[in-house]
Write a protein that binds this ligand. Structure first.
Ligand code: UDP
Ligand code: MN
Length: 395
């Protein structure tokens, strides 16, 4: 067969975690094809060298951004402008045929047969079935096609501000001309489900070949217990909990030991929170009782998950635990005020309720703002806990 490759993209160290797990998922199912990752200059040196260990080719590309704030605001996904960078995939002309995979996809079963399909083959978008989802597509690298898509984008823009809008407009004949270009949904099954989706998910679950964690919730942003190696599955993801666990199993078995604490927050604030995640995960010891240092790292990661909207409702962030913490804090006696000489005769020295409330409130505030700063070995830089979310990024 001609030279074929699986191609993915990552623009920061957090999406690189997805790319690494994806690559190992492809190896696990015994693909015979090359693995290629396109990276932008914003991926750290430490992460690049790890990617080189797994991918046949690590190709640096420059960032293409739609800068289409209006349409991206409609989607509530400001970060997706950067996905225009995907278009560089057409420039990998050393390959005859490729399948592009988002780095938030997970290959469950071997699907090398996809390389026999023609450009542009893709599966329907769950929210708009006359469009394809651009997280998985078969294409033929070609410089002329690249230029033509870029020119088309410059002239027409993208209806969603991201790569999916532009690719659907450019390959608009996909919807109604050639059914062989419609990939079965099992090649790009969305993990997120609306209620009517659940019975079908259950029915076809065993046939899923590629699962796609499309949407704001990515596996690497979910809570994970390093001691038990179990991920916390949010209630809305119960139907695909075993796939989320598979993502973390691959992470534990193949990716974790490759991480390094040099995967630090990037200078660019926009990338800071997620880039910091890979560095924080590098500190975590798997399958061991957690030391106070480990607890501190996990607390810092949990805060990152919380702030990105992934609250561990059934685990540490459950209502019961929060309520227990409030009660413990309320039950704590405030510090006794310093005794004065008159106090012994003064029956009114019992702390008035307003002082008690104030002291309790101060303790509550103090316990909330104190972010653990784990002790580090001397010659390594200390990763700061994730910055508070004030950027446009909402994942
Ligand atoms: N991507 C990236 N950095 C980002 C956003 C996206 O590298 O900050 C890449 C990555 O390969 C990702 C793809 O672009 O899988 C599409 O974005 P995403 O998967 O978040 O979109 P969704 O599938 O949720 O619509
Ligand atoms: Mn995706």
């Amino acid at each position: 067969m001609s030279k074929c490759a699986w191609v993915t993209l990552t623009t920061n160290d957090a999406y690189s975690l997805g790319a690494m797990v994806l690559a190992h998922s492809l190896k696990r199912v015994g693909t015979v094809h090359d693995l290629v990752v396109m990276i932008t200059p914003t991926v750290s040196e430490a992460m690049r060298s790890r990617l080189r260990e797994v991918f046949n080719l690590v190709q640096e590309v420059n960032v293409l951004d739609s800068k289409d704030a209006t349409n991206l605001a409609i989607l509530a996904r400001p970060e997706l402008g950067i996905t225009f960078t995907k278009l560089h995939a057409w420039k990998l002309v050393q390959y005859e045929k490729c399948v592009f995979l988002d780095s938030d996809t997970l290959v469950i079963q071997n699907c090398d047969e996809l390389m026999e399909r023609e450009e542009l083959s893709a599966a329907p978008e769950v929210c708009w079935p006359d469009c394809f989802n651009s997280g998985v597509f078969v294409y033929r690298p070609n410089e002329a096609t690249f230029t033509s898509i870029i020119e088309f984008a410059a002239k027409n823009g993208s209806f969603d501000g991201g790569d999916q809008g532009i690719l659907n407009s450019y390959f608009s004949q996909w919807a109604h001309t050639d059914i062989t270009k419609h990939l079965p949904y099992t090649y790009n099954t969305a993990a997120f489900a609306v209620y009517s989706y659940l019975p079908a998910f259950k029915e076809f679950k065993n046939k899923i070949k590629i699962l796609h964690f499309a949407g704001k919730v990515k596996p690497w942003l979910l809570n994970f217990n390093s001691e038990t190696k179990q991920a916390s599955i949010p209630p809305m993801f119960t139907h695909c909990g075993d796939f989320i666990q598979l993502w973390w199993n691959i992470f534990c078995d193949n990716v974790h030991q490759r991480l390094s604490d040099q995967m630090l927050p990037h200078a660019d604030y926009f990338l800071q929170e997620e880039a910091g995640l890979a560095g924080a995960l590098a500190q975590v010891r798997l399958g061991e009782p957690r030391s106070s240092e480990q607890e501190a790292y996990e607390a810092s990661m949990r805060r990152q998950c919380w702030e990105s909207g992934n609250i561990d409702y059934t685990g540490k962030d459950s209502f019961d635990n929060i309520w227990k913490k409030i009660q413990e804090t309320l039950e704590m006696k405030p510090e006794a005020p310093a005794k004065s000489a008159d106090d012994d005769n003064d029956k009114s020295s019992v702390t008035p309720p307003e002082i008690e409330i104030k002291a309790t409130a101060q303790k509550l505030i103090a316990s909330n703002v104190t972010t653990p700063k784990p002790a580090r070995s001397t010659n390594k830089p200390t990763p700061q806990p994730p910055a508070r979310q004030k950027s446009k990024k909402s994942k």
